[in-house]
Design a protein around this ligand. Sequence first.
Ligand code: SF4
Length: 889
Amino acid sequence: MKSTPDTIAVDTTCPYCGVGCGVKARPAMVEGDSSHPANSGRLCVKGAALHETLVPAGRLLAPRVKGREVDWTGAAGAVAGAIRDAVDRYGPGSVGFYLSGQLLTEDYYIANKLAKGFIGTPHVDTNSRLCMSSAVAAHKRAFGEDCVPGCYEDLELADLLVLTGSNAAWAHPVLYQRMKAAARAGRKVVVIDPRKTATTELADLHLALKPGTDTILFNGLLAWLADQDRLDRDYLDNHCRGFEEALASARRAGPSVAMVARQCDLAPADVECFFRWFAETPRTVTAFSQGINQSVAGTDKGNSIINCHLATGRVGLPGAGPFSLTGQPNAMGGREVGGLANTLACHLDYDSPGARELVAGFWGTDRLPEQPGLKAVDLFDAVYRGEIRVLWIMGTNPAVSLPQSDRIGEALARCPTVIVSDCVADTDTTAFADILLPAAGWGEKDGTVTNSERRISRQRKFLPLPGDVRPDWWIMSEVAGALGHGPAFRYETPLDIFREHAALSGIAGRCFNIAPMASLGPEQYDQLTPIQWPVVARADGRVQGTRRLFSDGRFATPDGKARLVAVETVAPVQSPTDDYPLIVNTGRVRDQWHTMTRTALTPKLLAHRTEPFIELHPEEAGRRGVEAGDLGILSGPDGGEYMGRIRVTPEMRSGEVFIPIHWNRRFTPMGLASSLIRPVTDPVSGQPESKHGTARLRRLKTRWHARLMRRSEVPGWSDLPGQYRVRQPLANSQLWSLAGGGEVRWATEVEDLLGGPPQLLMADPAEGRFRAARLCEGRLEGVLMVDSDGANLPDSAWLDTVFALAELDEPVRRSLLAGRALDSDDAGALVCSCFQVGENQICQAIAEGVGDVETLGRKLRCGTNCGSCLPELKALLAEVQQSRPVAEV
Ligand code: SF4
């Protein structure tokens, strides 16, 4: 197979978040696709760096069974043998599948068909359970089907945009840029989030509510709308059911503005302002995301939002409606095929009348399970208990992302056969694999994905398959063949699968219907332009998408009416106690994605936040005896621990900490956010309460801080000194940040740490300072910097450039132990990833008189590409300007 020439760009879709941006991709360069309706040419910093992640390092290139490389016949035979053996001895329910929102729809369809239709197990769930399953459940309860009524354009058309539980500026950056660009006189934005985030920069009103009180706020809004006679009675009468019950429960939760404000810990005037704006603005969109979904009451929270939109007749209209922002690139595609354990296929549920018979007849099988399967947390519990004997994990890293990550590791260790399909060889999860299957990655695979606004786009192949790598659908079809189900899995191309999926949607009788695409030819599929489902056939034979759903007030319920759902206030299960007084909020950072298996491949994306951290309010920091730059250890009630650098910021509420979800055991042995989260879930959706853990905080007492840099990796965590150990891949070297409280004999350790004796050495035991460098054939091989005060350690940026030099001249050699060119300035912590502009450079420019982001952009270029750093630039401007003497300002 030949690679696409470097000069021809292929239109494809970004593999990260649910915005689903169109990308024009070449092996060595990517650009935003100006013709794609989701992004019109924009890309965020992650999307713009995609080509930098197309590297061979770390790829899984051949199937492995029990650590030995085998060919595909051997691998498919081993997988089929393990499945057959488990089914024969323990029944089909002893086999589980754990899928991913990174899979393409065609892969997802085959996984669902193989597992449910031919192995006969219902236990097929996906990491989308952790992301938006509460929104799915809320949609189904309210609309009768899992449908997002609106489209991205509505976020721009809205005169009032309510963003709740969403840091869109970092989690959905391009969509955030669209919202921002839609600013106009009279348009208002309300951000509802316990934290002040980059997204609140857009807010006319920020409601920093107490975590877990969202239902109270939206129930209060419903009661207030009723009291103020601001409901759409005609709409309620003609298109909805359940209003009186919903209102009665809303009144119990929030009978007055004052009571709502008190329970949510907000100013009454702010609550009333939000209520008034909502009442007065017909074009209102409420966009919600993980801050709503990741809760024990996530489904109720979603319904409390939808209730307010139904009660005002604002669903599926231009600029009006509830809008679930999906985290993953193809979470919605997975939902379409039935990738969640409680669904069957094509938006059909197990209890939909006639659904099992319809799907069984279509697939030609008599093995369909009768009941829904286990949702993610329960699935891994069943693995732990030994009830699941074979677990096949595809394209995801549950050993990092699921709650109580240590117990997930134990469950995987106990499971007799763990099969992992992945494109990366070493992850926290592949470490447990008995069978490893090399799957195609972005750029190598071909198929479709569906973004948050129901838009199906093509992900196209522009790279050859390396080694023995194969697409997921091909791998599963081989296994199906080895199991004796070959005739039902005879697919030549992804198009064969897509057509079958589309045909099934045509007989399922749901809103999700792409039947007219069942007859697409190879050329039409190849040239498919982004299209929103449901899809209808036009008179000219072409297909047409649907921008909005339910605009006519007819819903996907048996009687065509939407349901308002009576929702009671449910307090978070993981509530603070005297022993664990802090609420732990978890979330994303701007430049990373999930567990960093792809984004950490480009050093520039790790430069924005280089290590795991703990953010907290200055008052809380004082109370806990920690300061900015200290190292903190959070301990959870189940024994899990998380260590990170303390960041002190007034943007947090007191009593709460924020930690990022990305770091894992490949980068640090103690930085997994999920280790603090208990496996408690929403009873309807099964989504874990990942936004509301609890912990206590203590400072790590340190005697020394160190930076170790090596051209190559050192053996393992246990070979490194200290309690705090974090690895950061740089462009030319690897950096380990280390710290500890015990004594280390650096003069003895240095040779092991540097991989050989150093040629340059400086030791000052009285000051706790030690510095050494190892050179080999004139090149720098390793550097060790130790200091009793971490602030004295030099930045790694200059040293990393020295690793790239073939020969070191005398000035460079003399500068090595200082850690910086003796005549250069330190750029400081990275702020703009696109143009690699550091905090010190920006502060210097501001100190010299630059007074706005536009001028900063002209001077340093920062913020002029993807725009993700603009909120940080504004914050730095405000900070530096505030700190100037009054006369200067
Ligand atoms: Fe990719 Fe999302 Fe960024 Fe778009 S906004 S480029 S889909 S990560």
